[in-house]
Design a protein around this ligand. Structure first.
Ligand SMILES: [Cu+2]
Length: 139
């Protein structure tokens, strides 16, 4: 009996070590400036998130999180909540409306001021609609 218990403990220890509870992923989040960086990272740090690092240059948010506590979807929802668009998961207009004036990353003029190109395309948006709201393609 003792040896059975021992092997059970051993087995569970192995499975804990063998299967990391930490996930590493990166998502694209639209934003403009240092204020956006702070807002995005603060939003992404929900309990269970160990690292959230957004690059103003590449717009890539690097994440390390405990996958037993959080999912990528819940982090994306938290980022949308503060008004930022995630690639394929745009914030609602109400959520975006709370964004500070100089951080209006969907505004082509603000984007140009920050040396940026078009905003992230919205899902289901046609090419024409994209051009209408100021998006620019290379072709
Ligand atoms: Cu900003």
């Amino acid at each position: 009996m003792k040896s059975l218990l021992f092997s059970l403990v051993l087995l569970s220890t192995i499975s804990l070590n063998g299967q990391s509870k930490f996930s590493i992923t990166s998502i694209e989040v639209d934003g403009l400036c240092g204020m956006c960086k702070e807002r995005i990272e603060n939003a992404a740090y929900i309990p269970g998130v160990k690292k959230a690092d957004w690059s103003q240059e590449t717009h890539i948010l690097e994440l390390v999180f405990n996958n037993k506590k959080v999912t990528t979807a819940s982090i994306i929802a938290a980022i949308n909540e503060v008004g930022h668009d995630v690639k394929d998961y745009p914030a609602s207009d109400e959520q975006y409306a709370n964004i500070h004036g100089c951080c209006r990353f969907r505004d082509p003029d603000q984007r140009a001021k920050h040396g940026l190109g078009d905003a992230l395309c919205k899902p289901g948006e046609t090419h024409e609609e994209h051009h209408e709201h100021g998006g620019k393609h290379d072709h």
